[in-house]
Design a binder for this molecule. Structure first.
Ligand code: MCN
Ligand code: CUN
Length: 793
């Protein structure tokens, strides 16, 4: 189905001088297989590293014998936790201020934990040597069921932490408990529902890896690694390894997807650095698929109770929730320090309510660390799922249409900037037109008629809605830092004498098309064609400091930096133009790409003329330095709050309980749109993620803590076969504080789609009296829901 609105606006211009549809500049490289990934790095004399991992979820290490492995001729080093402890490197800080073992010294705390590593002349020899390492374990009872983590007598996981006597990780609350209780007490209707957002995994196509090259003569470390945040990683390596920061270069080359999986620092990166220091040779470490799935940052794992209070006629009054969060064996979450639960505080969604409250308890379990990754917008995935599911439960109880219920409760346009009951200042929004457009594109009324008619024949058709508001663009440095590093972004722009330019960013693309869209931002501001602007990123020696790409922050933060740095260059160009045209600055007018004398468009100089003059012979205005370049560090004044309305249509086979997503309509509002084609790509990808989470994906464990999803045969991710032809539309509500009015969009669809799909499936099952079913809605889960035999997952 064609979205006519979008086409008529934007389809014509394939080479815009600024914003608009444009093929990605990086496509020729990727399409021809010329991308250069970490595993493509080959250095003379390079050695290969393999990691020995724990087969047990919880066990004391009695002894490690490496002698047989070390005796192999191909083996150049075998390193254990005890060796690292001798160097003070056995433990490292996590991005959330916990500590994590690089290699286990005392105990292993999850299956797949790093125990020792081998450096050998090739990858195969390194792997073979692992088999010769003899580790004696004393197996301990594991804590696998998160509900049992705080039970009396539960095995203590983190006995490495001083004075720790239980598996408690942190408590967190937000909102007003008393005010919320008061509203609940007076409400006509109260609905509560238990919800599980299962543990899932980002599973990027490229697994994690690194190549470390330590030069002992210069004391310099060069590290290629799969990282979404090269600058933050460099600072941490400097702090942990004691190598001066200016002697560390972190290079994040092309990435085969990140999806949050490449935000944390993994033990493997540190091991490759140690391996290179010990052997004096470059050392490569590259995970295989199973290693990636069992040991790197998982996502979600929230058990939530949602409660909603409303009047009989459907005015939502308050929302309350209690969350039990499984953080695995080490708190490896990456979130701004003051936000241990990320931005979960936006669980009040897009609705104007009187009160809200959340209390959360996070615990340690014998599972892999992580807790935030996978297009999560810092836990907004969980928050949106909670509120959009519980609103549907309310609609069910009130027997109200879920679209009508949402429309009745939206925050109104004149209420922005809107302060939520949990203290988040929504910058801008106009929700009803977005919702109405989605309903129109879907043919909502027709779909309801079709559904009613099908129900008379026993056919199970469901229509699910989700309306989300995200908070992206971390963040204002007075509120947000990671391990003390403020979340501002640098940007540098240089215009060469011939009028071509290079822009250097602190963010790092993983497939989002930054090489194209950041060139478009510069083009929009100074009128140099995107093709003539090179975008440099992912190399700490060649880019300004900044905290990297996650939480859809690149456009809100670095995108703003790019626009402002271009305006700085334009300001300087204006001074030069005034001397070239011999008129005062006030008499100049800017038209994308050139300055002309007011009222005389024929008397003009282009940005290219100005660039040449800036670098060339001849006089510049008094006091002006030569060159045409600028640099800034942008500290956002607020987050940006994109929103969207999603409608999903499913058919459920009553005989097999198989869910088919028939249609999916996504209307996104990310403010000013830089490249609609890239936005659509981001949305398509995120919607596909949503199908995976809603219907297929879950990392589960048996009672001994064996990970049951350690391969892509067991951990199912969606393919073209499971997804429909996406139908997209958009509205535009610019951000008032962002220089170009843009909001982030990279995670919107992953955040917004799971509740739409679950709501659709539950709606299909309404004739069976089903009000809720937990993800992933596999045929067996749906079957159980239909028969009322569902067990909590
Ligand atoms: N964009 C735009 N107009 C807007 C907003 C964004 O044209 N108003 C464009 C941007 O210029 C950028 C892309 O859309 O090219 C995404 O921008 P943004 O929303 O700022 O998100 P980030 O660039 O910060 O990307 C991070 C986000 C996250 S956190 C995850 S997780 C995720 C996602 O992006 N991982 C991805 N999308 C991904 N897409 C790919 N291909 N691979 C990943 O690993
Ligand atoms: Cu949380 S996944 Mo993205 O922010 O890198």
């Amino acid at each position: 189905m064609t979205d006519t609105r979008q086409r008529s606006f934007e389809d014509n211009d394939q080479k815009p001088m600024g914003f608009g549809r444009m093929l990605r500049k990086e496509d020729p490289r990727f399409v021809r297989g010329r991308g250069r990934y970490t595993d493509d790095v080959q250095l003379p004399g390079m050695l290969h590293l393999a990691i020995l991992r724990s087969p047990f979820a919880h066990a004391r290490i009695v002894s490690v014998d490496t002698s047989a492995a070390a005796a192999l001729p191909e083996v150049k080093a075998v390193i254990t936790g005890a060796d690292l402890a001798g160097l003070g490197l056995a433990w490292m800080p996590t991005l959330s201020g916990d500590v994590q073992a690089v290699l286990a010294t005392d105990k292993v705390r999850f299956q797949g934990q790093e125990v020792a590593f081998v450096v050998a002349t090739d990858r195969y020899a390194a792997r073979d040597a692992l088999e010769l390492i003899d580790v004696e374990y004393d197996v301990l009872d594991p804590v696998i069921d998160v509900r049992q983590a705080l039970a009396e007598g539960a095995p203590l996981i983190r006995d490495d932490l001083d004075g720790k006597t239980d598996n408690h990780c942190f408590d967190w609350e937000t909102g007003d408990a008393d005010a919320t209780a008061a509203v609940f007490a007076k409400a006509d209707v109260v609905v509560s529902q238990d919800l599980v957002y299962p543990r899932v995994h980002p599973a990027p196509m490229e697994t994690c890896g690194s190549v470390a090259d330590f030069d002992p003569v210069e004391g310099r470390l060069k590290l290629w690694s799969t990282t979404q945040a090269p600058h933050a990683h460099r600072t941490l390596y400097a702090m942990v390894a004691g190598i001066p920061e200016h002697k560390i270069q972190v290079i994040s080359p092309d990435l085969g997807g990140g999806f949050g999986n490449k935000v944390p620092i993994y033990p493997g990166y540190v091991c490759s650095i140690v391996g290179s220091i010990v052997t004096g040779k470059p050392v490569k470490w590259m995970e295989d698929r199973s290693e990636n799935l069992i040991s790197t940052g998982f996502a979600r794992d929230y058990i939530m109770r949602g409660e909603i209070a409303a009047t009989r006629d459907g005015k939502i009054l308050a929302i309350r929730t209690n969350v039990l969060a499984d953080h695995g064996a080490f708190n490896g979450t990456a979130a701004p320090v003051k936000y241990p639960a990320g931005f979960f505080g936006v669980f009040t969604g897009s609705y104007d309510i009187e009160a809200a409250y959340c209390s959360m308890t996070a615990v340690y379990t014998n599972k892999a660390p992580g807790g935030v990754a996978y297009a999560c917008s810092f836990r907004i995935t969980e928050a949106v799922y909670l509120v959009e599911r519980i609103v549907d439960c309310l609609a069910y109880e009130l027997d109200m249409d879920p679209a009508a219920l949402r429309l009745k409760n939206f925050i109104q346009p004149d209420q922005f900037p809107y302060m939520s009951k949990t203290g988040w200042e929504y910058d801008s929004g106009d929700y009803e037109p977005t919702m109405r457009l989605a309903m129109e594109l879907a043919g909502y009324d027709e779909l309801r008629k079709e559904q009613a008619e099908k129900r008379t024949r026993g056919e199970l058709m469901g229509i699910g809605i989700s309306f989300f508001t995200e908070a992206v663009g971390a963040g204002p440095r007075k509120h947000m830092d990671i391990l003390g590093l403020g979340m501002a972004d640098g940007c540098e722009l240089r215009v060469h004498p011939t009028g071509k330019a290079v822009v250097r960013l602190s963010v790092q693309t993983q497939g989002q098309g930054h090489e194209t869209t950041f060139a478009q931002i510069i083009a929009e501001e100074i009128g140099i064609a995107p093709a003539d602007i090179d975008v440099v990123h992912g190399d700490t020696d060649n880019t300004p400091f900044g905290l990297g790409t996650y939480g859809s922050r690149s456009t809100p933060v670095s995108g703003a930096a790019a626009a402002l740095v271009a305006r700085k260059v334009r300001d300087k160009a204006r001074l030069i133009a005034s001397s070239m045209l011999e008129v005062s600055v006030a008499d100049l007018e800017w038209e994308k790409g050139s300055f002309h004398v007011k009222g005389d468009p024929g008397t003009a100089v282009t940005i290219q003329d100005i660039a040449m003059r800036a670098h060339g012979a001849g006089d510049l205005p008094d006091g002006l330095e030569g060159g045409l370049e600028a640099q800034i560090c942008y500290n956002p004044s607020n987050l940006t709050y994109p929103h969207g309305a999603y409608i999903c249509v499913v058919d459920v086979d009553p005989g097999t309980a198989v869910v088919k997503v028939r249609r999916f309509i996504a209307v996104d509002d990310c403010g000013t749109r830089i490249n609609p084609m890239i936005i659509e790509g981001q949305v398509h990808g995120g919607l596909t993620d949503g199908v995976g989470m809603a219907l297929m994906e879950m990392i589960s464990f048996d009672e001994d803590g064996n990970c049951l999803g350690a391969s892509l045969m067991d951990y199912l991710i969606p393919t073209a076969l499971e997804v429909p032809d996406w139908e997209t539309g958009f509205t535009v509500t610019p951000s008032p504080h962002h220089p170009i009015g843009a909001k982030g969009v990279g995670e919107s669809a992953t955040v917004g789609s799971p509740p739409a799909i679950v709501n659709a499936v539950v709606d299909a099952l309404k004739p069976y009296g089903v009000r809720h079913a937990d993800m992933p809605l596999t045929p067996s889960r749906v079957w159980d829901a239909m028969r009322g035999t569902a067990q909590p997952p």
